[in-house]
Ligand binder design. Structure first.
Ligand SMILES: NC(=O)c1ccc[n+]([C@@H]2O[C@H](COP(=O)([O-])OP(=O)(O)OC[C@H]3O[C@@H](n4cnc5c(N)ncnc54)[C@H](O)[C@@H]3O)[C@@H](O)[C@H]2O)c1
Length: 350
């Protein structure tokens, strides 16, 4: 099998859990991209991902423990995918941008606004494409609701809610980088909570004016919160809220997204969308076409941006805006640890 001249060469920084779906995405778009190198401290994870790639590519990927060595040796590399623990995102992005490589980075872009500003500057100076790996933008219900909203189906937006909730294993993150605020950059909100945060900004369609956050920890053995609520007022007057948790499922009867406008409502999850025009009591239900996965769509979009020079749906600016929202909400909620019942804290840190 010969390599088409337009095919872009990618490397993956981080061969852990999420790397699996990035590789699936690259394999699904093998006509456009090829994974030529992997970097991870763990030999076991490198071997696992090389095996996943192995049967599908002509040449085995080059394996590295250090991304600077990879960047120095893989001189014909086009782009990198960053899938590392959160505190390593900024140094990895800066190394890649410094080497002139395009970047797709997992959420969050980084853990502080000071880092975000350095990244924006480095990306602008190097002229590389930076895409925020906001995979839920590619969820069918999100795409279709955005299309209907922009098409005026519910008139001017007034209120919206985005949610991402599930019950995680209480011990699953204890002792890992996710269990520590220093390496995670926070708790649940800066991790899973990133998804409903960028969805809220995307659908509200205006910059944030005001943010309030509230947090608690019910279930997880981690330093940070496992549940967060955020209320936002946008500059266009729209009101928004986020619920995100590792300690509860989506509240019964509620949805991944819910939008209320002057002429009706749009709500749903995954591939299921409901449309309730104002004055009607029963919503219409649409089952949208399924997709392979939001990650595969995301990699396809990144590949197209590399091939055409098109700006990604969410670049570095959107990555910074999401981080700012999350950090403001976390700061606003910062009293939660001190005011939580003693027993709850004792139980949570057992
Ligand atoms: N979009 C989503 O739905 C989603 C889901 C899960 C994770 N993620 C994101 O993906 C990223 C990684 O998460 P994960 O769940 O794969 O974590 P993970 O712990 O499974 O994998 C991280 C990998 O990084 C490696 N690593 C650590 N330090 C390193 C270093 N200095 N150099 C090279 N490799 C190093 C580890 O050995 C590990 O293999 C995070 O940003 C996370 O938020 C996104």
């Amino acid at each position: 099998m010969s390599t088409p001249s337009h095919k872009r060469k990618l490397a993956l920084f981080g061969a852990g859990g999420i790397a699996k779906v990035h590789i699936q995405g690259m394999l699904a778009h093998a006509d456009k991209v090829e994974c030529v190198a992997l970097c991870d401290l763990s030999d076991a994870n490198l071997a696992l991902r090389a095996e996943q790639l192995g049967t599908h590519t002509d040449t085995a990927p080059a394996l590295y423990h250090d991304w600077n060595t990879l960047l120095a040796e893989q001189s014909d590399l086009d782009a990198v995918i960053v899938a590392l623990p959160h505190q390593l995102h900024a140094p990895a992005i800066l190394a890649a941008a410094g080497a002139g490589k395009h970047i797709l980075c997992e959420k969050p872009m980084c853990t502080t606004l000071a880092e975000a500003d350095v990244i924006l500057d480095a990306v602008a100076r190097s002229g590389v494409t930076y895409m925020s790996a906001h995979n839920q933008l590619f969820t069918p219900v999100v795409r279709e609701a955005k299309r209907m909203l922009d098409g005026g189906m519910i008139g001017r937006l007034r209120w919206l809610r985005t949610q991402d909730c599930f019950v995680s294993g209480a011990e699953s993150m204890h002792g890992t980088w996710r269990g520590s605020v220093a390496s995670q950059g926070g708790g649940e909100l800066i991790d899973t909570g990133y998804h409903p945060s960028y969805l809220l900004l995307y659908l509200a369609g205006a910059p944030v004016a005001e943010v309030r956050g509230s947090m608690s920890r019910f279930h997880m053995n981690i330093e940070g919160e496992d549940t967060a609520g955020v209320q936002v007022r946008f500059q266009n007057g729209v009101l928004g809220e986020i619920l995100t948790s590792w300690a509860m499922e989506l509240p019964y009867g509620t949805h991944q997204i819910h939008l209320v406008g002057e002429k009706g409502e749009l709500f749903g999850s995954g591939t299921e969308l409901f449309y309730l025009p104002a004055g009607f009591t029963e919503p219409a239900r649409y089952l949208l076409p399924t997709i392979a996965s939001t990650f595969t769509e995301e990699i396809g979009h990144f590949a197209d941006c590399l091939l055409t020079g098109e700006r990604p749906l969410h670049g570095a600016e959107e990555g910074r805006a999401v981080l700012e929202l999350i950090l403001k909400a976390s700061e606003n909620a910062s009293g939660w640890q001190a005011s939580a019942p003693k027993q709850q804290l004792l139980e949570a840190s057992r």
